[in-house]
Design a protein around this ligand. Structure first.
Ligand code: GLU
Length: 302
């Protein structure tokens, strides 16, 4: 299906980047569909990237299951999917580059030590407060063994303050140094951190437009900061509303999300379209529904 010439944006590349922690559910289909519709409405490409760097959270076979579920819903990537677990050399090269620029440092702190340091500084009061790394290891490890690698968010006394724009919610601004602190790029367990992998891959895959769930919006300033340091182009961002579970939190396995029922893909797509604010569409097949939804999406977002 192609969009009209007025909505084409040459070079548009979008992506859906599921973590294979389980099958797609109603909430994750919303993100998949939104990114697919935006790519189609722009006459662009749509890629799928399996984000399986956090191996302890991955479920064996979930990647293939997700790809089958997407296919049942008519969502086929324009290139073969990629797996982050096979792209370590790219992440290694990016980390090396940041190292050469003097922007990363080894950190010896355990989670508990970070908490204790924050309590001692009088800045951590509650269990659920953000743990802004206090910079303990910036001045060296003092003989302690290195665990993780962190990115400096203050350089030459200048704090990283990032402004970025969301196509739905408008301008955002975050002082990454104060609100997040030096964040981890390579974890103490030897795994690559999501922030580094996502930025390196969006850059390497030429992603021009990130369309994903609103729960990921607060990672964006960190990702834009990294893009700037690595001299990567900044994609446009659109964070779409989340489907909430009965407890009012993002729908997930923990609050009862059931695997997507793809024997009835049209019903699943209709529900996802409804969550995205699309009008009721008259279509009796998956391809017809997707075509009508692309036009409705173009009217709403282009
Ligand atoms: N892998 C992430 C997730 O499934 C999405 C990352 C992204 O879209 O930037 O929540």
């Amino acid at each position: 299906m192609s969009a009209s010439s007025s909505t084409r944006r040459p070079g548009y590349v979008g992506r859906f980047a599921p973590s294979p922690t389980g099958p797609l559910h109603a909430g994750s289909l919303v993100a998949a569909l939104a990114s697919w519709l935006d790519a189609r409405a722009h006459g662009g490409k749509w890629l799928v990237r399996i984000e399986d760097v956090d191996t302890p959270r991955c479920v064996s076979g979930a990647d293939e299951l997700i790809l089958r579920q997407l296919a049942r819903c008519g969502l086929f990537p324009d290139e073969p999917p990629v797996w982050q677990s096979r792209r370590g050399t790219l992440y290694e090269a990016a980390l090396k580059r940041l190292h050469t620029l003097g922007l990363v440092y080894p950190c010896a702190c355990t989670r508990r030590e970070v908490e204790e340091a924050l309590v001692a500084l009088g800045v951590l009061h509650g269990r659920f407060e953000e743990r802004v790394y206090p910079g303990t290891c910036r001045a060296g490890l003092h003989g302690r063994p290195a665990r993780a690698t962190r990115l400096l968010t203050v350089c030459g006394g200048i704090e990283a303050v990032v402004s970025w724009n969301d196509r739905r919610s408008g301008p955002h601004r975050q002082n990454v140094a104060r609100e997040v602190g030096d964040f981890v790029l390579h974890r103490a367990d030897g795994l690559w951190a999501y922030q580094l992998a996502v930025v390196v891959d969006d850059g390497a895959q030429g992603i021009t437009d990130v369309v994903r769930g609103a729960d990921l919006a607060d990672n964006t300033a960190r990702q834009v900061h990294l893009q700037r340091l690595l001299v990567l182009p900044e994609p446009r961002y659109l964070h779409v509303p989340l489907v909430l579970g009965d407890d009012g939190h993002k729908l997930s396995k923990q609050n009862g999300a059931r695997p997507l029922e793809t024997r009835e893909p049209l019903g699943a797509l209709r529900a996802a379209g409804h969550a995205l604010g699309l009008p009721e569409l008259h279509a009796s097949t998956v391809p017809d529904w997707l075509q009508a939804a692309t036009l409705a999406w173009a009217q709403a977002w282009l």
